[in-house]
Design a protein around this ligand. Structure first.
Ligand SMILES: [Zn+2]
Length: 214
């Protein structure tokens, strides 16, 4: 029997001072009506990139013919998730993951040294990303989704674009910006559901990890 423990919230707090991908739009929250100014209710408008904070990428993010939020298979963003701590300094290479217990339909989450960067406002260029050979290996394993504790699954630059295309062309879910600082290696149940925005190529998610006792 599986018992559910209290979940760990692995979502980043979205606010003006958080870390953003350098070329992405920043987050702005504007009050359009306020009780303190005589309105009946408090109401806000937000402006932000769809890749703000903890978020998912859909295939359309990197593939012109790829699926958008209303068309993706939502079951890729909940299910059995395995968190692996990897000590890679630059990239997560094949040798770092080929001995891990990765099975078909797993959601694989990598905790790296990025966890230290994620809480800071400044963007760290030298974050750890999944290498192309690592992405190809995960595709061969037919996992449901892969997640990481920084704003991109792949390293910055051309290899990162190839990593995205390799995963997204097989419709493997990508979850980025996970706050895994309070999470240890192990097996969990993940829920990280995107909004249903027509035409959206990504969406912030509220991500929860439920520890599994077997
Ligand atoms: Zn993204």
């Amino acid at each position: 029997m599986i018992l559910w423990d209290k979940p760990i919230d692995v979502s980043l707090l979205i606010h003006e001072e958080m870390v953003f991908w350098p070329s992405d739009p920043k987050f702005i929250l504007e009050r359009v009506s306020e009780i303190s100014k005589g309105s009946n209710a408090n109401l806000s408008r937000v402006s932000m990139g769809l890749h703000t904070g903890t978020h998912i990428d859909t295939p359309y993010h990197f593939l012109e013919e790829g699926k958008t939020l209303e068309k993706i298979d939502i079951s890729r963003f909940y299910g059995i998730a395995k968190v692996f701590e990897v000590r890679s300094e630059e990239k997560i290479l094949l040798k770092d993951i080929e001995d891990l217990n990765i099975e078909r339909d797993d959601i694989i989450l990598f905790k790296t040294k990025n966890s230290l960067f994620l809480q800071e406002k400044i963007f760290h260029e030298n974050y750890v990303g999944l290498s192309l050979e690592g992405a190809e290996y995960l595709v061969s394993k037919e996992i449901k989704a892969v997640g990481i504790d920084y704003l991109s699954i792949g390293p910055k630059g051309e290899e990162g674009r190839k990593v995205h295309k390799t995963l997204l062309s097989k419709e493997i879910g990508i979850i980025e910006g996970l706050d895994l600082s309070n999470v240890s290696s192990g097996k969990y149940f993940l829920i990280a559901l995107p909004l249903k925005i027509k035409g959206g190529e990504g969406s912030p998610v509220r991500a929860l990890l439920f520890p599994i006792k077997e």
